[in-house]
Design a protein around this ligand. Structure first.
Ligand code: PLP
Length: 396
């Protein structure tokens, strides 16, 4: 295309048309109710299996109340970036409470899990350094790695032999970082943390785990992947998010004091973008309070998950190898997965098709997100709908 003679946005129109032709155009649905086990999507009442609202906290009365009360005391916005005049008592309280909850030396909070990765990776490695990154890491890790300008060496997903090989072949760099998702969000499998710790310690390489889908889900009362494996103090950097199980929004970086201190000096989204708002921060504090005092929601999440996995297997579905509340209903063909999702929606069940390029070609699936917000009745209805649609489309 000759960009000097066409309109300034013609290339964009062509790109969008091309996405539509390939069936890759993302049509975004609108939610007209609070986030819950049952929601209103594009005006229709549906069972919701799309949200990362693992503990059902996104519309919990205690979080709503905490947010309202905080607004009455502190207003809404932080007013400036944290390093200038935007750090409020609430931000400090949340960081202290999260550090205690997670058994970490210190915590820094950011606006989101995405910005937590963008803040952390470029602050720790740069040009001349090397990052060993699991092939299936989340986009925010990939972007953080690219921003750092360090050499990126992708190792095969959860393949510790390949990681060892790559480390052995990569000797001429300065600082080194191993980075992995804690829970891989498209399959629900977990990083091999004990082996990662062993390799990182053996080679004196910094280890960073992004526990976005493990925060509030794994470990005692949802304390995360490090707690799940009993590896406190052995993972240098644990990134997390409060947008999933915590039901709110906000990023977490937990780790040694010296690392967190460094991020307050050099984490660019911390220094140059304003902090979490007052209601977000207060709601997250309430979530920590709830998780510290009871494992009830986490227990319910796992009971629901066990029931769904067991019943879906009994029905004859291929549900992959998830170790977490994420259930991938493996269908293979992209068109089948899209049709499955549309038919579920017609039958009042909201569950997204995940297709290429998010997963490999021929590995299309429906991703079912279990939560504590689902009642037994919701689960039974979901199973009945899945079975009907599965039979209708020749999957069962
Ligand atoms: C592994 C991982 N990291 C980071 C994020 C981003 O989290 P947030 O929505 O808080 O920006 C996600 C969300 O999908 C994720 O799965």
């Amino acid at each position: 295309m000759d960009y000097t003679t066409t309109s300034k946005t013609e290339w964009l129109e062509q790109e969008i048309d091309s996405l539509k032709v390939q069936g890759l155009y993302n049509t975004i649905r609108t939610i007209g109710s609070p986030m819950d086990g049952r929601i209103v999507v594009d005006g229709k009442n549906v069972l919701n299996f799309c949200a990362n609202n693992y503990l059902g906290l996104a519309n919990h009365p205690r979080l709503r109340e905490a947010a309202k009360k905080a607004i009455d005391t502190y207003g809404i916005g932080p007013g400036a970036v944290r390093s200038i005049a935007g750090t409020m008592t609430l931000h400090n309280q949340l960081e202290e409470r999260l550090a205690k909850f997670k058994g970490a030396e210190a915590v820094i909070t950011l606006q989101s899990g995405f910005t937590a990765n963008l803040a952390t990776i470029p602050a720790l490695v740069s040009k001349g350094d090397v990052i060993f990154s699991d092939q299936l890491n989340h986009a925010s890790i990939i972007d953080g790695c690219r921003l750092s300008r360090a050499q990126i060496v992708a190792y095969e997903h959860n393949n510790m032999d390949d990681l060892r090989r790559q480390i052995a072949n990569t000797t001429e760099y300065g600082r080194r970082l191993i980075v992995s998702d804690g829970v891989f969000s498209m399959d629900g499998d977990i990083a091999l943390l004990p082996e990662l710790v062993e390799i990182a310690n053996q080679h004196r390489i910094l280890l960073m785990i992004d526990d976005a889908h493990g925060e509030g889900v794994l470990g005692k009362g949802g304390r995360g992947i490090v707690d799940h494996f009993g590896l406190h103090g052995q993972v240098d950097i644990e990134v997390g998010t409060m947008s999933k199980a915590f039901g709110v929004v906000g990023g977490i970086v937990a780790g040694k004091k010296v690392i967190i201190d460094w991020l307050r000096q050099r984490g660019r989204p911390f220094l140059f973008s304003s902090a979490m708002t007052v209601p977000d921060t207060a709601a997250c504090l309430e979530a920590v309070d709830m998780l510290e005092n009871s494992t009830e929601l986490v227990d319910r999440l796992w009971a629901n998950t066990r029931f769904m996995k067991q019943e879906m297997s009994k029905l004859g579905f291929d549900i992959g190898h998830s170790d977490t509340p994420i259930i991938p209903l493996m269908l293979g063909e992209e068109a089948l997965a899209q049709k499955f999702s549309r038919t579920l929606f017609e039958r009042s069940m909201f569950a997204m098709a995940i297709v290429y390029p998010t997963v490999a070609k021929g590995k299309a699936r429906i991703r079912l997100m279990n939560t504590a917000a689902h009642s037994q009745n919701d689960l039974e209805q979901a199973l009945e709908t899945l079975q009907t649609v599965g039979r209708e489309l020749g999957v069962l």
